[in-house]
Structures are given as C-alpha cells and as structure tokens.
Design a protein around this ligand. Sequence first.
Ligand code: CU
Length: 402
Amino acid sequence: MLDAVDLEAEKPRGPRLRGLLTLAALASGPAGAEIRFNFPEPVTPIARETLAIHNEFMLIITVLFVAVFAIMIYSMIRHRKSVGHEPVKFSGPRGAAQWFWALVPFAILLFIDFVLMGIPAVKAIVEMEDTKTRADMVLKVTGMQWKWQYEYPDSGIRFVSTMSTPRDQITNAEAKGEHYLLEVDNPVVLPVNKKVRILLTSTDVIHTWWVPQFGVKRDAIPGFLRETWVKIEKPGTYRGQCAELCGKDHGFMPVVVHAVPEPEYLAWVEQQKAAAQAAASGADRAWSRDELMAAGQDVYSKQCVACHQPNGQGLPPAFPPLAGSKVVGTPLLAPDGRAVKDSHVDRVLNGKPGTAMMAYRNTLSDVELAAVITYERNSFGNTLGDMIQPAQIKALRQEAKQ
Ligand SMILES: [Cu+2]
C-alpha cells in the first residue's frame, strides 16, 4: 500500500523534473539534510583510515587522469596528419624504443597500484578484520525481519530495537520528523574509546548492519557468525540502516547507537539489569486480563504488526490473518500443562521453521509472550475469552530447557 502511494506521487513527473525535484529535496530534505560534499565525519579508526585511503586514491587517480589526458590530447593535436605527420612503424630499429615507451608507463602504474595504493589498502583490511586484539567487550547483533536484536554477553543484557517513526509520517498523514526512518525505540548504548567486538548473525534472511560514521557495513547472515569492531572516539548519536534488501520492511530497520563516556555506560548497564530483574519478577505474579491485553497490544504493535497488520488481517498469502485463525483457535495448553504442537502457544514460542514466522521464545520475555498471546486471542474479532499467565510461559520455557 505504501509503495502504491509513492508510485502515484512519482507518476506524473518527467525525468528532468524529477531530477530537479530530487535536488530540491536534497536541499530541503525531511531529515534537515544539508547539502554535503563529503562523507559524514568518521568517528572510529577504521572509518578515518578508509576515508584517508579514499582521499589518497582520489588524488592519485585524478593526477593520473589529468596527466594521461593532457599527453593524449597534446599528442593528437601536435602530431596530426593534416600537418604532415606519419604513423611510426613498430618494427625495425625504432621498434625497441616503442617497447620501452610502452613498458615504462606500465611499470609506473604497477608501482602506483601495488605500492602507493596496495600497501595502505591491505593494511586497512587487515586492521578491519582484527576483531580480537585487545577487545574490551562484545556486542552481539541479530538481524530479524524487520528489527535488530542486541545482546551484551558480558552483562546479560538483551533487547530488541525497532523503528519508532510513526506510520502517519510514512503515509504523509503527518509532517516528517527530523530523524525520519532513522529513529528507534531502544538504541544501542556503547562506551567511547573501548574496542567493541561485534558479532553478527540473522534469524531469517541476510541483513546488513551499517553505520556510515563507524566505517562498518557487515552482512548478518543466517547460520553464520560474522565479526567486525568499532572503537568510537567521540560521544554522540550515530545512525545507520539495514543495507541489504531483506523484504517488505527493509527500509524500516534503522540502527541507532548512543556512544557515551564509560561511567555513563556502566550506569546504563546497571539500569538495564534492574529493569530485566523487574520484568522477571513480573512473571511470578498473577496478571489480570486487562493488564495482559494492554501489554499485549503494545508488544503486538512493535513485534507483529509488520506482517500480521494492525487489524490482524495479515497480508495473505505471505502472512496469514490472525482474525479467525485456526491456529489461534486451538486450546491454550494440554491438560498436563504442555503446549501442543502447532497450537497458538507453540507457534508463537517456537515459530514455524522455513517461514517468516520466527520463534519468539528467546526474543520476548515471559510477560510479553503471555500478553501478546492473550491479546491475539481476544482481538481482531477473536473471542476465545481465555488468557495465559506469564508464570505458565515461564514453566513451558523451563520444561523445554530440560
Ligand atoms: Cu534487513
């Protein structure tokens, strides 16, 4: 639907007008984008080095371009046929000299390529790949359709980061904000001046974690663990995007990193741990149906809405409706307290392998799972009237671990 809106808007314009409009849009872009003639400011050693190499290479090729074309144009004009010049023959005594003049530029180019350009490029690539030397901490990044999950193995923190740009801005019902499509609910927080080893993977298709100011753009591939690293030298908020066409909401999975001084980072870690503890203890008490419904609506609108849609109608045939779904209509648990295969609870906890429906057991908390399941059973016209408690989810989870 969104695509249709955009296409409609583009249709009546000719190519030239569109070019002008693009320029105008760049000048007064929705993200307050000023016209920029260079890359964004690099804030990691890798980003600085790649930019320096890029500049060096640009200089070299510009000099080569100007020199080669100057000689060529000069020769063509100076030695033209109309003033009586004859082509030289590549045989006889002058042939050897011709070879000399062919091989000398070749040697010069080889030198430029392998020494002036090759050495710094190889050095930078080796440094880029060196994720382990003196790494201070690890961040694990998991790409999912269409959000990022971040884990801090050292402190046990784990959360999902989804885009927070309101739908109304996307459909033009509302003016676009400053960080349109580049804002999230839970940004990554990292300390400055620490080497952070980043591990990347994906649960479904290939995504790419890209933050231009870090000089980092690495694929997150299902079934593989890839690595990269950053050492952010300047506190600030850095924004990026998924850079791999990964499906319908590819454009809606931004990356936002808050780089803060170490004490601030440590305070954040403590706060996250306390919040996780509070969430875990929430799983032990009995929740009312209204509480679960409210929490469930929140989870649904962040985690499930992209595929199953706000009204629960899905986008068949790719994404099934939850309204009137047979799976949602299954009884919650078997009499012995287990989740029956292919039941509603089983589908949400364990997903369906080979489809876009991922397992949420390791992404959502007990409370979130109980809430979203209860919500789906009693929304979109579904009236099962029952609910599941976070404590029951917790029990199921523990059972699966044994
Ligand atoms: Cu993606």
